[in-house]
Design a protein around this ligand. Structure first.
Ligand SMILES: *[C@@H]1O[C@H](CO)[C@@H](O)[C@H](O)[C@H]1NC(C)=O
Ligand SMILES: *[C@@H]1O[C@H](CO)[C@@H](O)[C@H](O)[C@H]1NC(C)=O
Ligand SMILES: *[C@@H]1O[C@H](CO)[C@@H](O)[C@H](O)[C@H]1NC(C)=O
Ligand SMILES: *[C@@H]1O[C@H](CO)[C@@H](O)[C@H](O)[C@H]1NC(C)=O
Length: 201
């Protein structure tokens, strides 16, 4: 049966409840974190979080947004050279935790962004945080050009690659793909399919 797109989007959370059970056996991850730094790539944060927002309707999962301070973190380019037309166009995310008081996590998401390219004190504290967290994580999800941690490798041809407990996407919009792939691997095909279907219907 064909439902209108808006209708499917409206009832999507209810459809997702039908997959309840895939995550109720106590073995699936529950504690998610995203690290934020200035000039992160928006879709690398909101793509994965959109999929995980959907997952949260059928699985109890918690999210921490982690940065150097609790100040809002912006997508705005940090150098004038990156903003030659002086546009005022950016979005900010308010962290829930700092690198110093972040809770224990099962899954850490590291977005890409031009802010990850240049050396900066904030970036150093972020790398120190990721290095410290990595051994305690169940999964690491990275997107775009950031390649963190000893196990991450870059495969240009693949939209995403799984290497043990590290999921890496190749290319910005693949941040959504890699998260769906992660959800399929960890929560099962039915859950991943119902989340992906809500978007493509
Ligand atoms: C998630 O957060 C809620 C509210 O703080 C808490 O009651 C619950 O125990 C947390 N669940 C997990 C799995 O950490
Ligand atoms: C942007 O701002 C810089 C510095 O104030 C100025 O030199 C430049 O001309 C501006 N560019 C445009 C397109 O307005
Ligand atoms: C728990 O559910 C996940 C996702 O369906 C599955 O991969 C895992 O094997 C299950 N674990 C147990 C102990 O049943
Ligand atoms: C579910 O499994 C089918 C058959 O293997 C596969 O084609 C599909 O891509 C999977 N769905 C997701 C969301 O990974």
């Amino acid at each position: 049966m064909q439902y209108p797109k808006y209708f499917v989007r409206l009832i999507h959370p209810l459809l997702l409840l039908a997959t309840l059970g895939d995550c109720q056996n106590g073995t699936t991850p529950t504690r998610y974190g995203v690290v934020l730094y200035p000039a992160f790539t928006a879709i690398d944060v909101f793509g994965p979080l959109n999929a995980l927002n959907d997952l949260s309707y059928s699985c109890q999962i918690n999210l921490s947004l982690i940065s150097a301070t609790l100040d809002p973190v912006t997508t705005k380019p940090q150098s004038a050279a990156m903003n030659p037309l002086n546009s005022s166009f950016s979005e900010s995310v308010v962290p829930t935790h700092t690198f110093d008081n972040a809770p224990e996590l099962d899954v850490l998401i590291i977005p890409g962004g031009v802010g990850a390219l240049g050396p900066s004190p904030q970036l150093e504290s972020l790398i120190a945080f990721v290095t410290e967290m990595f051994p305690t994580l169940k999964y690491l999800i990275t997107t775009e050009t950031t390649a963190w941690g000893p196990k991450v490798r870059w495969v240009a041809q693949a939209r995403w690659v799984q290497d043990g407990n590290v999921f890496t996407s190749a290319g910005v919009s693949a941040g959504i793909d890699v998260t769906i792939a992660f959800i399929e691997a960890v929560y099962g095909n039915a859950t991943a399919t119902s989340i992906a279907t809500g978007w493509s219907t």
